[in-house]
Design a protein around this ligand. Sequence first.
Ligand SMILES: Nc1ncnc2c1ncn2[C@@H]1O[C@H](COP(=O)(O)OP(=O)(O)OP(=O)(O)O)[C@@H](O)[C@H]1O
Length: 744
Amino acid sequence: MSTEIDGEQEYVSLLYAHLDDLRADADTRLAKTLRETSSNPQAMTQRDAATVHYGERLAHYNAVENGLCFGRLDFSDESRSYIGRIGLFDEEDDYEPLLLDWRAPAARPFYLATAASPDGVRRRRHIRTSRRKVTGVDDEVLDLGAGEQHFHEGVTGEVALLSALNASRTGRMGDIVETIQAEQDEIIRSGLNGVLVVQGGPGTGKTAVALHRAAYLLYTFREQLSRRGVLIIGPNATFLRYIGQVLPSLGETGVLLQTVGELYPGENGTRPEPAEAAEIKGRLTMVDALRRAVKDRQELPEEPMVLVVEREEMVLDRDTVAAARNRARRSRRTHNEARPIFAGEIIAALARQEAERLGAEFLDEADLADIRRELGEEQAVRDAIEQLWPQLSPQQFLSDLYASPDRLATAMPDVPERDLLLRDPGLGWTAADAALLDEAAELLGVDDAAERAEAARRRREEQDYAQGVLDILQMEDDADPDILTAYDLIDAGRLAARHDDEDHRTAAERAAADRSWTFGHVIVDEAQELSAMAWRVLMRRCPSRSMTLVGDVAQTGDLAGADSWSDTLAPYVEDRWRLAELTVNYRTPAEVMAVAADVLAELAADVEPPRSVRETGVPPWTRKVDADAVAETVARLAADNVGPGTLAVLAPESLVAEIGAAVVASVPDAAVGDQPDLENKVVVLTVRQSKGLEFDSVLLVEPAKVVAESPRGLNDLYVALTRATQQVGVIHADELPPSLVKLS
Ligand SMILES: Nc1ncnc2c1ncn2[C@@H]1O[C@H](COP(=O)(O)OP(=O)(O)OP(=O)(O)O)[C@@H](O)[C@H]1O
């Protein structure tokens, strides 16, 4: 074996030498670009672009340093390929591939070939490395015939897979490029177009698959996707931190990761709120409610309004305002965009009154125009217009709505529980508010006439400046008429525009700041949790409907979440979506899954539990204690458990603070609170917070309370039981819920 390792070491060293050359080259070019100085705007623009380009290349090479090469395929025709994190080519040998990017079509047999269907592959080799050193190889010989294999059915690269699955967790998710399984590969490489729903039980690799699919799509459709970017939505900030390293480790950075609460640019919806309030805000009927609420802001005065303009009284009666309002509404523009029409009508009506007073027969059209202009500048007139048809930002509009029982009643006459939405202004936004802010922005629109005028003025100024630059260049070049000047190639307008538009942020960065941005592809993790209103926003952000939605309807915890994929998607794509299923559980050992399966049977009798890929020999255990000893027992067990792996204490909402305090008293650096650091050995979380995460061991506290505290409590219990990679212990004083029969 050691000669095999030596042989691979030689090749792997050659690959690293190649990587070093590429890195050195990018480094030199970057340094050279940074040294370039020029006052020529075009050259400066090129310099900026080159800086970004070489900077990105360097980051890319650095990202693939660990595990650069991890596999080898030997084919029946004696040829062989090495598989790794990027493609490397031999420039001196007609660009022969030295290393195949795992995403390249030619690398696919590494994930798909089996003894039953070897696809020309004689041997698949997993190469284990630590930094740049080869530490071992695992071979699977595929042309022996299926009968002679001793591997698990349907599992490829079993040794490498099991060693990845048994490894201690670190609190950050890792990539799985070395051991992607066939059913996962199918999904990762599925076409770009249309909506793909990936349904799979806990631990089936949905998150892993979603992230690797993002990397695959960016590689395969680079041109298309790097311009528009890819958006990945995850359930909360802790989860995004947990998965945040995976794409960079695959060399991909052009992806925007967001929570639903961040869907409205510039705001971050993190304020907690009761599940019932979030559920109401997530209903699709909020679209009509907001429409009514906007109309409600276009007021008619109960009594005629008296305006004092230059010591003269003018009157705005209800009919005049109603006529102006009808005109503005008939324009079918959004609220803010229709406002100038309303204002114009009001001013025209007041101007007619003024003309009457002055004697209309002595005034011509120019005089009337002067009167209108002067009235438009009067504070009293502006105030009246602002009162009757205010200019509204989505934030102002929504906080006014939440602050007023009357406004809520007008907007939501058939929702008796609407007062759950009442709250004082200025308290910050919740996750469910983000979708409503976005909807409000759609309804209100922006009257950007002033901004557009300012932008036009700026452009004119820049154009004049560019013209000046070109004139100077031309003067310098006058000496030799044969030399092509910048003037010949580009006119001032284009030069200014190029300067103006040149924006070196990545698509993801630009998208994060822009509500009207549409993405090339959208991936939603824990997609079952999204409300109908959140789906509306996402669909607006992705008119091409190129989407991957991964989730598990059996794990839905949010009241506003999904029970069925077809109901969720029907309003947007009818039945035009494809379903892929993942069936193997890579996380939860069989012993734990057997217990979780009973909970699943109670909450969704028709859903098959995923099949665990391994056993640990440690069945879940329980410990019953007195109610006043629960926190102390958990704290002691947590202290005893501090080992190489990670431990999560999962507690019901009502106990989490008390349990957290007890655990911190015995394990001082344990992570607790809203945004715990998952890289700590011991973390105390609610079940909701643990969604999508995993730990080596889990201590579950008072499962009966977990079930009782939420209308979707059984789903929460199912989530809690399926977070561990090694073992689960249950500490309780209350009776165990009936679905945990196996533990009683
Ligand atoms: N092919 C694979 N090779 C190695 N590890 C894998 C593979 N597939 C999944 N895993 C590991 O299994 C664990 C579970 O994966 P992941 O979190 O993606 O599952 P999930 O379906 O999103 O789970 P849940 O629905 O419970 O959040 C992770 O540690 C992941 O790295």
